[in-house]
Design a protein around this ligand. Sequence first.
Ligand SMILES: Cc1ncc(COP(=O)(O)O)c(C=O)c1O
Length: 256
Amino acid sequence: TEPGRSLVYPTPTYVLYRTLAAAQPADVIEIPYADDYSLPISELATAGGAVTFIASPNSPSAHAVPIQDLRKLASQLTGVLVVDEAYVDFADETALPLVQELENVIIVRTLSKGYSLAGLRLGFGIANPKLLSGLFKVKDSYNVDAIACLVGAAAMRDQVYKNECVAKVKASRAKLALDLKQLGFQVWDSQTNFLLVQPPQSNAEAIYLELKERGILVRYFNQPGLDDKLRITVGTDEQNQTLIEALLHCLMLCDK
Ligand SMILES: Cc1ncc(COP(=O)(O)O)c(C=O)c1O
């Protein structure tokens, strides 16, 4: 970022934004989300970032930011708005129309999630040519490797297969959410392939450790606002059933 101008993003969000900014190094301004995860539009705009990052759908909250909020934010910013749509395939809405309406919006996506191709290490950005030409000026002279391009293009052409995979995850997500609610968990609405949940006794760390003992890994965040919650990735129906059975035991053990 330009000297004196920062990278701005709402928190909690994808933890790598902070790490990658520190590696530049770039100054960071973090603006907390409200408890209901509504976007703090005026605070983000006032922060005056050279670049403002919004993950939508977001991690670990699993919520998506409504396109009208992103539009409002982008039109108030003097810098660039990056909308990170890593999880968009699991969501109801995309912010894609914004790149045609506004010159300062870039949407970034990855093939790691909806396309199940995390090992390919391929992602892409969508923006108007003027914004992209600025990025080309600073782009490494070496390109994405040819095999990744071919595999990525083939995967994107096969929308039927991708949509089938996404539909399976969404169906399993709905069932898992229901099963967790029946165990007394609070479950946030999810537009992603994971669920943010709060155990009935809020003893997230104890449950995380107990599940780990049993070879089941869920994500525990040791930070204020999240340390009473867990992020659980949606597995196959069989894996989810194993998790629910393990949780039944954990709840009994950890509630003692
Ligand atoms: C919000 C968000 N953006 C981007 C990524 C990066 O995905 P990848 O590096 O696999 O393309 C992730 C991965 O966890 C993510 O959660």
